[in-house]
Design a protein around this ligand. Structure first.
Ligand code: AR6
Length: 173
């Protein structure tokens, strides 16, 4: 059965088919959740990313999970927030859609997302949560193999924000 759920904690600990990395366009190990994922996966992850090269904003690429419990890492490049008139909403939605499409292509059933772009990239977190839930909900319905989408929230404020976005979205269905 199709399901979206919220988990609070560290995404690097999750036992899912894929965790999503809030990556940069160079697919280089950075700070934030990206740094944590690279540390937990081990150096092979950076080597696999270097082989891919780069990834445009809004798109996603897949690698193995190496030392992670997660079998794969899907690297999605979120938009840097420039005030909201530079296509940021659409690029963020595309990250969720493209990541779920890639998971489906690879026959994966469970995928966990961090709150892409809401840290170093400065996207307003309430707005991002609403976009994340809507884009993931639509993509989940369109991709038969993917069954579970987890929003992995680092702290309780973020978890509450995603609960509210999920409740609002469910009411609209
Ligand atoms: N598990 C789950 N969520 C986390 C974790 C974790 N271990 N650590 C942080 N978060 P950010 P961005 C949350 O800055 O804004 C990197 O250098 C965090 O609280 O990681 O997309 C990349 O290489 C926040 O809510 O990603 C890029 O250069 C969310 O993850 C750039 O930062 C995203 O914050 C991407 O910036």
């Amino acid at each position: 059965m199709k399901n979206m759920e919220i988990v609070q904690g560290d995404i690097t600990r999750l036992d899912v088919d894929a965790i999503v990395n809030a990556a940069n366009a160079q697919l280089a190990p950075g700070g934030g959740v990206c740094g944590a994922i690279h540390r937990a996966a081990g150096p092979e992850l950076a080597e696999a990313c270097a082989e891919i090269g780069s990834c445009p904003t809004g798109e996603a690429r897949i690698t193995p999970g190496f030392d992670l419990k997660a079998r794969h890492v899907i690297h999605a490049v979120g938009p840097v927030w420039h005030g909201g008139d530079s296509g940021e909403d659409e690029a963020l939605a595309a990250c969720y859609r493209n990541s779920i499409a890639l998971a489906d292509e690879h026959g994966l059933t469970s995928i966990a997302f961090p709150a892409i772009s809401t840290g170093i990239y400065g996207f307003p977190p309430d707005r991002a949560a609403a976009i994340a839930v809507q884009a993931a909900g639509e993509a989940l319905a369109e991709h038969p193999k993917v069954e579970t989408v987890i929003f992995c929230c680092f702290d309780d404020v973020s978890a509450k924000r995603h609960e509210e976005a999920l409740t609002a979205w469910r009411k609209r269905q």
